[in-house]
Design a binder for this molecule. Structure first.
Ligand code: COA
Length: 393
């Protein structure tokens, strides 16, 4: 797979190209402190240079992976709009990667506190250890950074332009900061490419973290290429009228509101809403029986499909249910190729069949599982499938 990686969440413009044969090249433009970022001028030029050097054409790209922040409003908007434009023009997949995760990616074997300068005297921070998230991304006061560093691990290393800017707060709190000249302080687009292939990708929506960033100048500059804002949160009873409206358009035999109420009332389930620009665009319902998570329902409003919303819902579900160690199962109509592709891409594998399971047309259900073994392409830890009442018809 040929992947172009971009990041413009910080004042730097970072671009990388991962060619299918393993060749990795990168280019960047780091503006001196206080100078205006050059994202709009540099992103495409740097990308074109890397493609030419690698002997590739734009249409040879299979995916465009873009850093989704957190970061400044203008930088993220330019990066996402550029990535979206390239992906659409050449028919490549568009993938999002957390900029904080990309910052932390090159560090192995110890906890890393990824810190970006959020301006206005604040920091964006998250912690990771060998790819595992130890502290989810957040915006914070610099005085809180050392506490976050200590919570991430006893030996954590702080990196990023925010770690340099707020070095005194971190070091006073006993957190080591990488030397000022270290490359680790810069977000690497090569890391964005690597995360895109190793499953670190999310939906390509900006992660502003601070409402002020998301709203900044939005009313003045709103254009057709404006990236939309996606939020994944717990589903609430008050969402149910909007859920029912999507449900009716998504399925031949929709669930009733009462069925959603029943699922929401279960203490062990995970029910999530995807809210796009303030409007419910999709949902997923998952129940736990013993140690197995049953994905009962996933749907996205027809006009919002193929933008990574179901993938983002499922990614949040996996995270809440225990990540790679958890076991998930579901049933899907044999003819529902879109859903089968979606689940397959996420590591689900077909492990059984229920003949004539769907009463409306007598269609078979495929039983799919996502387990530690299926994630490695095997089925050896898949238990005997167990039918559950009103699984997604
Ligand atoms: C299935 C469904 C939930 C997917 O939602 P979505 O937000 O469009 O999915 P995503 O954008 O996250 O798609 C992720 C991947 O799934 C696969 N996929 C999704 N829709 C597809 C389609 N129509 N055809 C082929 N593959 C498709 C692709 O691999 C896609 O990746 P790509 O866009 O990079 O190629 C949506 O089509 C839907 O609501 N369908 C009706 C309800 C339903 O069938 N739910 C599943 C019940 S088991």
């Amino acid at each position: 797979m040929n992947i172009l990686g971009l990041d413009s969440a910080t004042p730097s413009t970072a671009v990388a190209l991962a060619r299918a044969d393993g060749l990795l090249s990168a280019a960047r433009d780091d503006v001196p402190d206080g100078r205006r970022p050059q994202h709009a001028q540099r992103l495409l030029t740097l990308a074109a240079g890397l493609l030419a050097d690698a002997g590739l054409r734009w249409r040879d790209l299979d995916a465009v992976a873009v850093g989704v922040g957190p970061g400044g409003y203008t930088g993220l908007r330019i990066g996402l709009a550029t990535a979206h434009g390239i992906a659409t023009a050449v028919g490549a997949r568009l993938l999002g990667v957390s900029t904080l995760r990309a910052l932390a990616e090159p560090v192995h074997g110890r906890a890393v506190l990824a810190v970006l300068d959020a301006r206005r005297g604040e920091a964006f921070v998250a912690a990771y250890e060998d790819g595992e998230e130890r502290l989810p991304p957040r915006v914070c006061d610099p005085a809180a950074l050392a506490r976050h560093g200590a919570a991430a691990g006893p030996d954590s290393l702080a990196i990023g332009d925010g770690a340099l800017r707020f070095r005194a707060f971190l070091e006073d709190g006993g957190i080591a900061v990488a030397p000022a000249e270290s490359e680790l302080h810069r977000v690497s687009a090569a890391a964005i490419c690597r995360l895109a292939v190793t499953g670190g990708a999310t939906a390509a929506f900006p992660e502003y973290l601070r409402v002020a960033d998301a709203r900044a100048r939005a009313s003045v500059h709103h254009t057709m290429t404006e990236p939309a804002r996606l939020e994944i949160r717990s589903l609430a009873y008050s969402d149910l009228p909007a859920v029912a409206a999507i449900e009716r358009r998504a399925f031949p035999t929709p669930w009733s509101i009462a069925m959603f109420v029943l699922e929401l009332s279960k203490p062990t389930g995970v029910c999530l809403a995807a809210v796009l620009d303030g409007k419910l665009a999709g949902y997923t319902i998952c129940s736990r029986y013993d140690n197995v998570w049953h994905v009962m329902n996933v749907a996205v409003a027809p006009e919002a499909r193929r933008r990574g919303i179901a993938s983002a819902l499922l990614a949040e579900l996996y995270a809440r249910a225990g990540g790679e160690r958890a076991q998930f199962t579901l049933e899907v109509r044999r003819s529902n190729q879109a859903a089968i592709d979606l689940y397959h891409r996420d590591g689900f594998r077909i492990a059984g069949l229920r003949r004539r399971y769907y009463q409306d047309n007598g269609e078979d259900a495929l039983i799919m599982w996502r387990t530690p073994a299926t994630l490695e392409g095997r089925l050896d830890d898949v238990p005997a499938a167990d039918p559950v009442a009103h699984h997604r018809p």
